[in-house]
Design a protein around this ligand. Sequence first.
Ligand code: GSH
Length: 208
Amino acid sequence: MITVWGGQTSRSLRVVWLLEEMALPYRVRQVDMLAANKDPAWLAVNPGDFLPAIQDDDVTMVESVAILEYLMGRYGPTPLQPTPDDPAFPAYQQFLHMGEAGLATLMMTPLVSAFIAPEPERDNWGARWARECVERRLLLVERRLADTPYMAGDRFTAADISVTYALNLGANHAGFVLSDAQQAYLARTTARDAYKRAFDRSHEGLAA
Ligand SMILES: N[C@@H](CCC(=O)N[C@@H](CS)C(=O)NCC(=O)O)C(=O)O
């Protein structure tokens, strides 16, 4: 049984969403990232103390997009992962990674600056720079949505799991304003039954 170490707004949602799409059995172990005393069992899994992580028999992994690729490679084939000979592959690969490396990672600096940094450090050059980078990169998502309903083309893939998480993170937690096309895209991807099940499973066992 695959164990997903996660938290309610963390990137573990990407992993749980993929597991639901692939109908694979798993369990979720919630990690309280704000706990003063960290769970030693969690730190043994990821001493770096960031979410998500998975355990699958003797495999332990971190990095949400790498985990998606592992699960699809290990338990696929799946239409969520176009093969290299598929014309959808280049766009799929680009947006799968852009969702984290190009968008969500850069969103973290404005996010923590706005909500966690001490007041005098909230408005800082690095956060403004990262915000502008994200806004320029979102133009690539915007251009893609002018042509196709999903990042890889006509069908939903794991690239949409990656990019959907980033857009939601930016809009809900980092003050990014999404275009009409981006909002319509999120409505489309998050209307999937697997997303709804993943959302519920990601919040299981948490106080309301
Ligand atoms: N690139 C990593 C980012 C991981 C990450 O930043 N996770 C956040 C939660 S979504 C976290 O645990 N932050 C706490 C920390 O890094 O101290 C991934 O995609 O898994």
